[in-house]
Design a protein. Structure first.
Length: 585
């Protein structure tokens, strides 16, 4: 069997036990075709850089070459050792760096979230080789996205399953029928439910090796499978493609990679050199698909799936007994229909002082039934209740969820009115229900008002302006407070109200004289008084600052104006000798 099919016989390796058990189980199962019916071949495959000849096949069935010198291999069996096998084995063991990293990253993630599954990265590598030759030998960009799309044949019922378009051509560019997409060959309808974000960019892209490898890992681990057992391994591979030939091919590559694989630069990975040619013709492969990329046929979202190779509908083997019928493909739901949960991503309560911005911007996250983010969803943030707070002047705004499913409202600014209200995040459909944030606007408080400088009194002459107006600092528990609303009043020396139009004053916005005004402390907690005029009544006055229970009095002194200099004004009697007639005249 080793000589005929290129399957290496191994001694003592754990992978062999699994492989042998699976193969034996398959041979006695009702799966389509037994192992002994596999098409033959020497098992020799091309070295790195070889290009695939034109073919109508849909996945690679060439088997790995023997590694001479491998103590676990059957290289000493008659007919299994061929010149150049060692070089071919080394070449085929190379996996493009980014693709290899994606397989290993998926293994680590599944170990963390589905430890009971025991997914080995070598299984992903085996499937990745069979499905797309490791994304065409690692032709991916720095983020792991394939350079150009890898598409399977059109699923038009001509030798394949009939699956009409489910994604409006979003992934496969075909608006008539679906095609398998990406390095792990998911059909769009399957990806809609199985897609994963493997590289943390918030996007689930079947053309990205990180996303596709992680999705394939979760797919293989479905139904609580334990891949460390032969039954679990067999069920996982057959769920991906219900074909005995596919099972045997994947297991052989799995065994090969378990013997050792190494990293090669992206774009230099080996491409399979001998694709399988099925007996049933497959003329539906799109002409635009490069010959070196023979994509796999689709798999359905339920297990098991139809055979991977091209088999006319009339000769398709029956499914295993008890296998549920494949569900018809469904059109991906729009974002508004996919979301099942709308949750807060930050604090549920918001608070600030009058006239200031809220420090926290309300934000929500939309998730589907699998807990995956829903992007492109319209979320309305509105203000409910009596408030003059606004989102950049608006009472409501509409925000679209990003790739991580998050919608964040713009900065909310409090008005002059203290009180409570609600910020409500809602969807147009009303389902799921709205998310509410409790918002509170309060008047800033101070327990101390004190002059910024140490000057105890301020003095000016009647009819003039004080050289400097007193500035005070508002603080609470020793810390300055912004936004403290303070009333400033000019009183007489005993702290009583003044008679009308008496005493110092300031000019308001309309240039009217006022002796009572309101100030608000700035971001440094300072209250700035406008230019203070002395008025025309000499005397002693009090400038009182009041902010809640905090008060401060500043003494103001208005003195008499300077007496006029002699000779000023032209009405005084001139001094002798300065003009007029001489006394001696």
């Amino acid at each position: 069997m080793a000589a005929q099919f290129g399957i290496r016989l191994r001694k003592g390796a754990a992978a062999t036990a699994v492989t042998a058990a699976v193969m034996a189980a398959l041979a006695g199962s009702q799966a389509p075709g037994a192992v002994k019916d596999l098409p033959g071949g020497t098992g020799h495959s091309a070295e790195a850089g070889d290009r695939l000849p034109p073919s109508d096949d849909h996945y690679y069935t060439d088997l790995p070459p023997i590694r001479p010198g491998d103590p676990q291999s059957s290289h000493d069996l008659p007919g299994t050792r061929k010149p150049g096998d060692n070089a071919a084995a080394e070449a085929q063991a190379g996996i493009p760096a980014t693709v290899l990293a994606a397989y290993k990253k998926a293994e680590a993630e599944l170990a963390r979230t589905r430890g009971e599954c025991k997914l080995p990265w070598e299984l992903l590598a085996a499937i990745g080789h069979v499905e797309s030759g490791h994304a065409r030998g690692g032709k991916v960009d720095a983020d792991g996205t394939t350079i150009g799309k890898i598409l399977g044949p059109q699923l038009n019922g001509q030798g394949f399953a009939l699956i009409k378009d489910t994604d409006h051509g979003r992934y496969d560019g075909d608006t008539t029928h679906d095609r398998a997409v990406g390095p792990m060959q998911f059909i769009p309808s399957t990806w809609a439910g199985a897609g994963r974000d493997g590289n943390g960019d918030g996007i689930e892209d079947p053309n990205n090796v990180y996303d596709a490898a992680l999705a394939a890992g979760y797919y293989l681990c479905g139904d609580g499978r334990d891949l460390a057992t032969s039954d679990g391994m067999r069920a996982a591979i057959l769920s991906y493609n219900h074909s005995s030939e596919y099972l045997a091919t994947v297991l052989t590559w799995y065994d090969f990679y378990r013997d050792g694989a190494h990293e090669v630069p992206d774009g230099t990975g080996p491409l399979p050199g001998r694709p399988h040619h099925p007996s049933a013709p497959s003329s539906s492969a799109p002409p635009s698909t490069p010959p070196s990329v023979r994509p796999t046929p689709p798999r359905h979202s339920t297990s098991p799936t139809p055979p991977h190779h091209s088999t006319p509908p009339a000769t398709k083997p029956p499914k295993d007994p008890g296998t549920p019928s494949t569900k018809p493909p469904t059109t991906p739901k729009p974002p508004a229909e996919r979301v099942t949960t709308l949750t807060k991503t930050g604090p549920a309560t918001l608070a600030t002082l009058t006239g200031l911005d809220f420090d926290v911007r309300p934000a929500v996250r939309a998730l589907d039934h699998e807990g995956k983010p829903v992007a492109g969803l319209k979320v309305t943030f509105g203000l409910v209740g009596a408030t003059d707070a606004r989102f950049s002047g608006a009472k409501s705004v509409v925000v679209t969820t990003n790739a991580k499913g998050t919608a964040t409202a713009p900065t909310l600014t409090a008005g002059k009115t203290a009180g409570t209200f609600t910020v409500r995040a809602s969807l147009a459909s009303g389902k799921p229900g709205p998310v509410d944030f409790a918002a509170t606007v309060t008047e800033p408080a101070a327990d101390t008002l004190k002059p910024v400088d140490d000057k105890a009194t301020y003095e000016a002459k009647a009819g003039e302006t004080f050289e400097k107006s007193p500035d005070l600092e508002a603080s609470l528990d020793g810390k300055t407070v912004a936004g403290v609303r303070t009333t400033v009043t000019v009183l007489d020396k005993d702290g009583e109200e003044l008679a009308e139009n008496t005493g110092p004053y300031v000019s308001d916005a309309e240039q009217e004289k006022t002796r009572t005004l309101t100030l608000v402390s700035d971001k440094d907690g300072v209250l700035h008084l406008p230019n203070l005029h002395a008025g025309d009544q000499p005397g002693t006055y009090v400038l009182r600052f009041t902010a809640g229970k905090a008060t401060a009095d500043i003494a103001l002194t208005v003195t008499d104006p300077e007496p006029a200099e002699p000779g000023e004004g032209g009405s005084e009697t001139p001094e002798p000798g300065t003009g007029g007639e001489s006394p001696a005249a």
